[in-house]
Write a protein that binds this ligand. Structure first.
Ligand SMILES: Nc1ncnc2c1ncn2[C@@H]1O[C@H](COP(=O)(O)OP(=O)(O)O)[C@@H](O)[C@H]1O
Ligand SMILES: [Mg+2]
Length: 362
């Protein structure tokens, strides 16, 4: 029996993307169908290389087509074309599809660690990723990444970002030691951020991860106003009982109309080597509580692991150095959730964020 392109498409139509909740055919994921005798090959073009269900989708496609009469062999090539916000109208960073703020109410909640590991995890999945350290007063990104190439200033004043572990990276820490950065005046600090947005050769990026300074100051405003941040992720620890600072950070993004993707709870629990049980050392439920209160999903919980610290201190983030550790897995899962929710956000033509946050893992 002769296999037709139409038959292949109809076999694939019932398969839905679980995040976007639409048929993969309607989403135009199925491309370049080639049929040669009993052999069917096509591309499955996802909205992000970091799609958490890419293998499941691929397997579902293979099964559906293999069940057609006359089909002897199916080859599904996974590809990705990262969706992004419309770039027209943005004055800076015209070649960056998604700018993601990693923010928190206060310091010391593993914000930079999260930014670094999420950025590297996205790059590991095949995305083009940049990391901007906007924590001008407390830059820690250069220390946390093994730098392969230092940033360079060209003759015309354009800065080429540093290269590290597959990322393009920019931080004031490359130019001024951390102690000196702490004594910059407010306008100077914002000036550096402006420079990093408009004067750095970021090139084509799927994701630019921005490690925000803690809290809600000048720099954060500069970023929101000048960079057209696509969305924000809020970090908190389980013991943040007052949660006042976290609420302020979330409110800041509301005011500046930046969509909030969700909450990441860091240093959530300790997995005991001996018994494998989870122990909540720093209290429990902070992330879930703040997420519920803000009507946002909890994107993940990162366990406490000394290897997160030692990896960070040596420029080898845990997702690189110990990729099988539970904390590394948690970071990859958070990266996938961020990528998936960004895809959903771009698909949501009305910009109706309420429906967007309801649809997740419900
Ligand atoms: N999952 C974790 N387990 C153990 N220590 C962690 C974990 N995540 C972060 N840390 C440590 O907590 C400290 C603060 O993290 P950092 O990312 O610098 O916070 P922030 O950027 O919010 O100030 C660092 O010493 C870091 O190594
Ligand atoms: Mg930090």
């Amino acid at each position: 029996m002769k296999v037709t392109e139409q038959a292949v498409i109809e076999a694939l139509r019932p398969i839905q993307d679980p995040d976007l909740r639409r048929s993969i055919v309607d989403l135009a994921f199925v491309q370049n169908i080639v049929i040669a005798g009993g052999r069917v090959a096509f591309d499955l073009v996802l909205t992000t290389p970091a799609c958490p269900v890419r293998e499941q989708l691929q397997a579902a496609c293979e099964r559906a087509v293999a069940a057609l009469p006359g089909v002897k062999e199916v080859a599904v090539a996974l590809k990705a074309e990262t969706r992004g916000a419309p770039l027209a109208g943005r004055k800076v960073l015209e070649t960056v599809r998604n700018i993601v703020a990693i923010a928190s109410g206060k310091g010391g909640v593993a914000k930079s660690t999260t930014a670094v590991n999420v950025a590297v995890a996205l790059a590991q999945s095949g995305a083009r990723v940049g990391l901007l350290d906007a924590d001008i007063y407390g830059p820690s990104v250069p220390m946390m990444l093994e730098v392969e190439e230092e940033p360079k200033m060209s003759a015309d004043g354009v800065i080429r970002p540093a290269l590290a572990l597959g990322l393009k990276v920019m931080s004031i820490g490359f130019f001024i030691p951390p102690g000196r950065a702490a004594i910059l005046r407010g306008p100077m600090a914002s000036g550096y951020v402006t420079q990093f947005l408009s004067n750095v050769e970021w090139g084509e990026l799927d994701y630019l991860i921005v490690d925000y300074p803690p809290g809600t100051g000048d720099i954060q405003l500069t970023l929101s106003q000048q960079a057209a941040v696509t969305a924000a992720v809020i970090c908190t620890t389980p013991q943040d009982i007052s949660l006042i600072d976290v609420r302020k950070a979330i409110a800041m993004f509301e005011t500046t109309k930046v969509p909030r993707l969700g909450v990441v709870e860091t240093m959530s629990y300790f997995v005991c080597d001996g018994c494998g049980k989870q122990h909540a050392l720093l209290g429990e439920g902070g992330g879930q509580r703040i997420a519920a209160e803000a009507g946002l999903p909890l994107l993940g919980q990162i366990p406490i692991d000394p290897r997160v610290v030692s990896g960070g201190d040596r420029g080898r983030p845990i997702v690189v150095e110990w990729p099988d550790a539970p904390a590394a897995e948690a970071y990859r899962s958070v990266a996938g959730a961020i990528a998936a929710r960004l895809s959903t956000l771009h698909l949501d033509q009305d910009g109706a964020l309420e429906s967007f946050s309801l649809g997740w893992n419900a």
